[in-house]
Ligand binder design. Structure first.
Ligand SMILES: [Zn+2]
Length: 197
């Protein structure tokens, strides 16, 4: 069907989250029918983003600046750090516009089953930030999975001796749920109802 270039394109598109072979074929066809209007702008946007966007060395957010826009924003409350599993969770909290502090992206959760230990996560930089930077509260906004709960306990044990208030997001986070699929209102309620960890 149409040569190896098209098959290659469909194969790459089908690997994207939310895409299967069927939606990949539809997207490829749409682009191929309007290469100037759809395909070339997308190609240059992809190349530009791949070149410019990097993880922030402080918090792990993705941005074309380092430190990222959030870490460099003087208006944000620098006494509070909200710990999230991934950048998608950070984006979800920012979309909900309910939190004005700083973030820290862990890059996953502890998992005995998958062999993920503290050294595999962005943990040491978190402890360093909490020790050094006038931080008074750490909010653990991790998903309500078994691994999320394990990670909350583990981090609480290490953060409390540093003299900060440690809280965790409460109601509204469904059991087994990830943060970035919650609607903004539920996410806001979960953050407001945080409780001591
Ligand atoms: Zn940052």
């Amino acid at each position: 069907m149409g040569g190896p270039e098209i098959e290659h394109l469909i194969g790459l598109l089908a690997k994207l989250p939310g895409m299967g072979p069927r939606s990949a074929r539809r997207a490829a066809l749409k682009m191929l029918q309007q290469p100037e209007a759809r395909m070339l702008p997308l190609a240059s946007a992809l190349a530009e983003a791949a070149r410019a966007v990097k993880p922030c060395h402080l918090c792990g957010n993705l941005d074309s600046r380092d430190p990222c826009a959030i870490c460099s924003d003087a208006q944000r409350d620098r006494t509070s750090i909200c710990v999230v599993e991934g950048v998608g969770d950070l984006w979800a909290l920012e979309r909900a516009s309910i939190y004005r502090g700083l973030y820290h992206v862990l890059g996953g959760t502890l998992s005995a089953l998958s062999g993920v230990g503290p050294e595999d996560l962005n943990v040491a930089p978190l402890l360093a930030r909490v020790t050094g930077d006038g931080v008074t509260e750490v909010i653990l906004a991790l998903g309500a999975t078994v691994d999320g709960a394990t990670t909350v306990h583990w981090l609480t044990d290490r953060l409390k001796p540093l003299g900060v208030t440690v809280t965790r997001v409460a109601q509204g986070v469904p059991i087994g749920g990830a943060l970035d699929v919650l609607d903004d209102g539920t996410l806001a309620a979960a953050l407001r109802a945080r409780r001591p960890s």
